[in-house]
Ligand binder design. Structure first.
Ligand code: SF4
Length: 528
């Protein structure tokens, strides 16, 4: 069992629990400015790993920079020099956490790193990853992206057996499972632990001399393997490889365990779980992943453009300009414009230099905040019929504010087109979503939503149109290897204690044989 949790593991521990942000407003996870003004979904985390490079920490630093969009509450890097760990974690952005002095202390040829938002687990320094543990076989560091759906059940069982938890993170549950294993070998212990958990995860484990990567049996979260010279690198997205000049080798397979050990240059691959139905998160393609990343050889920008083109086929409207809500909807807006021949224009501009605003929530300040973060370009939209493309509608409050921004700038008509189906069901796989009752599409018809957001017309991309636009190569398999539970209420895993949070017509498709038919409407599809 652990001697300590979050200790230095015998190495030079750089985590002093120090918070960079002023006051509890940010650190306690009350709200941050992005979510305060924009009711967008939040990705939970990004992971990065390096094995066999003398500058492991520096590579991790640049890798985390590229993954910053996946989590902005905390970041951390833990490296091993073969004898001991050196690590540093803190609250805030990567560029604010690490400086020359801190980086000079992170010496080692292998390392794992993490950026985080919190979904399960509170937003506190104690939950910042990589989590570092000291257990009977030595030091263990863990970084993960995703969410375990049976974490609560496992935690209760472990507590009954005497485990004491010091964080509210799922990751600690896995650490306890490893610590309780009868296996002395870390790979055997990790395999045994993973066979008890269920959900979405891309795990990186590190001991003094081993680095282990594991992807969940459905492959819900993106997880890729790359090489930089003789060094191996791991990341949540390929954009992190581009940032360090590494080559993308392949996506890590669902249910695959990869092991690297100091002194043994070969990469060992094994399967720790039987292959299950592939279920890559569709929202990664729609919204979360960076446009320059590829998931399973599908480029995100290209997929979003196809979503926009498909949306134009399904919901054409005669208009003067097409604009996208920056940044994630610009690719789809370009696709819509290409398909219709209506010019694409920068009708909305994001202010990138505003920084964080530490203001108290009130309706008036929310309205002001949207105007500070986003501007409508009057010369582009004034007197025009505008098609506004957005990637999703969550509560509807943001859409209303943006439509109003365009109207205040003189737009004659505002037609909203959404490059995904209505978001109606909560996610339990590492995406922070509100309760069903707060999801506007779960409560209102499309016409009622149109009225609520003050649009002249509103259309969502069809389910089948989305799958066709992403164009993954999983043949005729049900949902073509995608998780689309937030749109169709069909979840790829058991939901355990979360079952009461979904509507009664929920379907668990994990163990069913692949289906060929889809229950959505047919339409003309854009070629992938
Ligand atoms: S439920 Fe939605 S957001 Fe969650 S993993 Fe599935 S597709 Fe992604």
């Amino acid at each position: 069992m652990f001697d300590e949790v979050n200790g230095s593991g015998g190495g030079r521990g750089a985590d002093h629990g120090r918070a960079l942000w002023s006051g509890d407003y940010y650190n306690e996870g009350v709200v941050n400015d992005h979510d305060f003004f924009f009711d967008k979904l939040r990705e939970e985390c990004g992971v990065f790993g390096v094995f066999g490079h003398p500058e492991a920490a520096h590579l991790a630093y640049y890798g985390l920079h590229a993954l910053q969009h996946r989590g902005q509450e905390s970041a951390g890097i833990c490296v091993s020099d073969g004898r001991e760990f050196h690590y540093h974690r803190d609250m805030g952005l990567v560029k604010e956490i690490f400086n020359t002095e801190i980086m000079s202390g992170l010496q080692g040829a292998m390392g794992i790193a993490h950026v985080r938002y919190s979904t399960s687990g509170e937003s506190k320094i104690v939950n910042a990853q990589p989590l570092v543990f000291k257990y009977r076989e030595g030091d263990l560091a863990i970084a993960t992206n995703g969410n375990l759906v049976n974490a609560v059940e496992l935690r209760k069982r472990l507590e009954r057996q005497g485990s004491i938890f010091q964080t509210s993170s799922d990751t600690e549950v896995v650490a306890h499972l490893i610590a309780r294993s009868q296996h002395d070998d870390i790979v055997d212990a990790v395999r045994e632990a993973l066979q008890q958990v269920d959900g979405a995860y891309a795990f990186l484990f590190m001991t003094r001399d081993k680095l282990i990567a594991a992807n969940d049996p459905h492959g819900l979260r993106p997880f890729v393997l790359g090489k930089l010279g003789d060094a191996y690198v791991f990341a949540s997205e390929t954009c992190a490889f581009d940032a360090i000049g590494a080559q993308h080798v392949r996506d890590i397979e669902p249910g695959e365990l990869l092991v690297l050990e100091l002194g043994k240059p070969e990469l060992r691959s094994e399967r720790f779980a039987a292959e299950k139905r592939r279920a890559v998160c569709a929202m990664e393609y729609i919204y979360f992943a960076r446009p320059d990343s590829d998931i399973d050889s599908v480029n995100i920008h290209s997929a979003r453009k196809r979503m926009g083109r498909q949306l134009a086929i399904e919901a054409f409207i005669d208009a003067d300009v097409v604009t996208g809500v920056p940044d994630s909807s610009i690719s789809a807006a370009i696709g819509y414009a290409e398909q219709t021949g209506i010019p694409y224009e920068l009708g909305l501009i994001k202010n990138r230099y505003m920084g964080r605003t530490f203001i108290q929530p009130s309706q008036a300040l929310r309205e002001q905040g949207v105007k500070m973060k986003l501007s409508a370009v009057r010369k582009v939209v004034e007197g025009k019929r505008v098609v506004m493309i957005d990637d999703s509608i969550v509560r509807g409050t943001t859409s209303l504010r943006i439509v109003n921004l365009l109207r205040e700038a003189g737009a004659k008509e505002v037609h909203v087109r959404i490059s995904s189906p209505p978001f109606m069901n909560p996610c339990f796989y590492g995406i922070d979503t509100p309760d069903r009752k707060e999801l506007i599409a779960a409560q209102k018809s499309v016409e009622e939503i149109r009225q609520a957001i003050n649009a002249d017309s509103l259309h969502f991309l069809s389910h089948e149109g989305l799958l066709a636009a992403i164009g993954r190569g999983d043949g005729q398999e049900f949902n073509r290897g995608m998780c689309t539970a937030c749109f169709d209420n069909r979840y790829p895993t058991e939901l355990y204690g979360h079952r009461s949070l979904v509507s009664e017509d929920v379907e668990i498709i994990s163990d069913k044989s692949p289906k060929l038919e889809l229950r959505t409407e047919q339409s003309a599809f854009v070629k992938a």
